[in-house]
Design a protein around this ligand. Structure first.
Ligand SMILES: Nc1ncnc2c1ncn2[C@@H]1O[C@H](COP(=O)(O)OP(=O)(O)O)[C@@H](O)[C@H]1O
Ligand SMILES: [Mg+2]
Length: 145
């Protein structure tokens, strides 16, 4: 099932993300693959997810650290930014595959690791709209068994 939204502010993007997170099963490890260019709002979307699943988290892009871990109300929330990841070896060295079993994983720059994205991932794509300053088109493809 594909849902498409248009937002005109980061707050609105966060709200869409919060609503999406609200529909997730909070007790089951799962994967959210995010796609979209630099500055499009991926981290803003993660902030919205975290506001639901890990309300104490201070979300910022883990570009240099690759993964941030936030304490969740149920499972931990793992926030990846794989912009600098170049292949399987890099993923193994950060322990990527172990995180998949342990919590809710959300990944910025999923384009870079397409082969490693689980088949049952939810997919979120953000693009700039007609007004690239503040318009965003958010496409959410939720995986349903
Ligand atoms: N509708 C919108 N949704 C999300 N971010 C927006 C929107 N309009 C403008 N912005 C701006 O775009 C930038 C998004 O930054 P960020 O979430 O860090 O992007 P990314 O993680 O994709 O690089 C922020 O500066 C934010 O203020
Ligand atoms: Mg980011």
């Amino acid at each position: 099932m594909k849902k498409i939204y248009k937002t005109t502010s980061p707050e609105e993007t966060e709200n869409i993300a919060r609503e999406f997170a609200n529909g997730l099963d909070k007790n089951t490890p799962q994967f959210i693959a995010m796609y979209g260019d630099l500055g499009v709002g991926k981290t803003a979307f993660v902030r919205g997810i975290a506001s639901k699943l890990a309300p104490e988290a201070r979300v910022k892009s883990p570009t240099y650290t690759v993964v941030n871990e936030y304490r969740g109300t149920n499972l931990p929330l793992y926030h990846f930014d794989v912009y600098r990841i170049e292949g399987e070896d890099d993923l193994y060295s950060i322990g990527f595959y172990e995180y998949l079993q342990k919590g809710i994983c959300v990944t910025e720059w999923s384009e870079n690791i397409e082969d490693a994205i689980p088949k049952n991932a939810h997919r979120v794509t953000i693009e700039r709209g007609e007004n690239p300053e503040n318009e965003r088109i958010i496409t959410i493809e939720e995986y349903k068994g």
